[in-house]
Every structure is written in C-alpha cells, then in structure tokens.
Design a protein around this ligand. Structure first.
Ligand code: AMP
Length: 283
C-alpha cells in the first residue's frame, strides 16, 4: 500500500494506473476508521481495479465551536486497517499541503447546503464541497464512494457533480451499524457508557417510523412516533427530526405519499449523533 503525503505523489500514482486503463475509486474519510468506512472501501474494491482512501480532517468544515481539536485520530491504526483491506494507496496530507497554496476559492451548492444540518452548521457544507472538489481534482478517480449515513452530504455532493459535470460517478453505501443498531461513527467512542446504551434510541425510532409507514400515516404521526421513541432515552437532547422528500430534501406535510428520508440529529452530552432512513409508503 502506497502512502502519499503530497498531492504530486498521489497524482503521479493514479496517473500511471489510469494510463494502464485501470478503473480507480476513491473513498474520502476523516480517519479514525471503523467498519462503516471499511464497508465503503470494500465496495470500492468490488467496483474498481484500484482503491485510494483519503484521510484528512478538514478544518474548513468545522465551525468555531465544533470538535476539530478533539476529533479522534489514530493514523497507525488506520493505515493497518486499510492495508488489511488491500487498499492500493492512501492520501494523507497535512493541512499545509492541502491549503498552504491558498484558500480563497469555494465550491458551494446553495439551497441544499443551507437547510437541515446546513442551517445548524453554517459553512459546513461549503467546506465539504470545496474539499471534496479538491480531493477529486487531486486523485482524479472514476468513481467515489460515500455513506448514506451522511444523507444530506451525499445529496449535496451528487448535485455538485451533476451541476459542474465532474467526470466521475458517485456511489452510495448503506449505513453500517453496531449490533444494537447504532450507526457506526468515529464520534461514538466519545459517548459515556450510559449515553452509549441510550443511543440505540435513534435507530429504534427510525424502525418504528418505518413500521408505521406501511399504514399510510401522516407526516405528523411519523414525527410523533419518532419523538416518542427518542423520549425513552432520558439523556437525549433532540436537535432535529426532519421528514423530507428523499431527493429534493423539501419539507413534507399531510400524508406520506412519496419516498421520504427521516433525518435525526440528537445530542448526548457533547456528542452529536446523526442517523437517517428512507421510508417508502406502501402502494
Ligand atoms: P467521515 O470519516 O465521518 O467523514 O466519513 C467518511 C465516509 O464514511 C463518509 O462518506 C461517511 O458517510 C461514511 N460513513 C461514516 N460512517 C458510516 C457508517 N456507519 N455507514 C456507512 N458509511 C459511513
């Protein structure tokens, strides 16, 4: 497995593969890898000839009061995990390598980036779309794999790729979960044991909503069932429960009459957990 710390090094590496006609997939991450990330890597392995994983904790997508300084990191462990998955190259740049030459230009997807998590975290998606564009330009992949766990993120990225005719395919991977249903996240290690036990409320509430979706519920009923289930976790501070059109992220009301995505953001202490599920009404 090649470890590239400079843009020039990863560019040269990928260029040779592409000259040989090999299909290259990239899996962008912020490191502290878990089975969720590794699921994305395995999908990239299946779909392509070469897999590049990027590890970069991107400062521009963190707000001033967010957890940039305490974001968990373990480079040695990450590299060992990626090596075991047969990853061909890891791009692991410093902040200086990524932004040292300047950072005046942004890629923005207004609208989709300003709602939901984007409204709670101003500038977050602009940081994501800008760094993802840079990573695409640096690694020049045929396709990139993103997790559906970060549903708004993959929706914003798909729109950006479509609108700017970026020459690659975006591949989604379903959310990978712990045995009890908690969506895997690098932030889960920061939950106290008590909060970790209660965090199952997120996936339980989504399962209840999915069950209810079979009986032509109203959006209000769905919201109520989700909040009732979340309420069973005494430490849960519900930031948001959103039920939106699965494609446009537009708000829904009345009866559930199309594919909808439920997006949860729930805080336990200082840890913000998110989860998501697409539900489809029974026709
Ligand atoms: P992160 O390191 O949190 O930026 O995540 C890197 C990529 O892994 C993103 O595309 C995430 O959506 C994806 N990812 C993180 N956790 C999971 C999970 N539990 N299941 C599926 N994909 C995930």
């Amino acid at each position: 497995m090649k470890i590239c710390r400079t843009k020039a090094d990863i560019r040269d590496t990928v260029r040779l593969w592409r000259l040989n006609g090999e299909r290259v997939g990239v899996v962008p991450t912020m490191g502290f890898l878990h089975e969720g990330h590794l699921g994305l890597v395995r999908l990239a392995r299946q779909k392509g000839d070469r897999v590049v994983t990027t590890i970069f904790v991107n400062p521009t997508q963190f707000g001033p009061n967010e957890d940039l300084a305490t974001y968990p990191r373990d480079e040695a462990r990450d590299l060992a995990l990626l090596e075991a998955e047969g990853v061909d190259a890891v791009f692991i740049p410093s902040v200086e390598e990524m932004y040292g030459a300047g950072g005046d230009t942004y890629v923005e997807v207004p609208g989709l980036s300003d709602v939901l998590q984007g409204a709670l975290r101003p500038g977050h998606f602009r940081g994501v779309t800008t760094v993802v564009t840079k990573l695409f330009n640096i690694t020049t992949p045929d396709f990139a794999v993103f997790g559906e766990k970060d549903y708004q993120q993959i929706t914003v990225i798909r729109r950006m790729v479509r609108d700017l005719d970026m020459p690659l395919e975006i591949v989604g991977h379903p959310t990978v979960r712990e045995a009890d249903g908690l969506a895997m996240s690098s932030r889960n290690v920061r939950l106290t044991p008590e909060h970790r036990a209660q965090a199952v409320a997120l996936s339980r509430s989504l399962a209840s909503a999915e069950a209810l979706a079979k009986s032509a519920p109203s959006i209000k009923d769905l919201d109520a069932v989700i909040r009732e289930e979340l309420g069973k976790a005494p430490a849960a501070e519900v930031n948001s429960v959103d039920i939106r059109d699965a494609e446009t992220l537009e708000d829904l009301s009345g009866e559930l009459d199309r594919a909808a995505v439920i997006l949860l953001a729930v805080r336990f202490g200082t840890v913000l957990l998110i989860d998501q599920r697409v539900i489809v009404p029974e026709s």
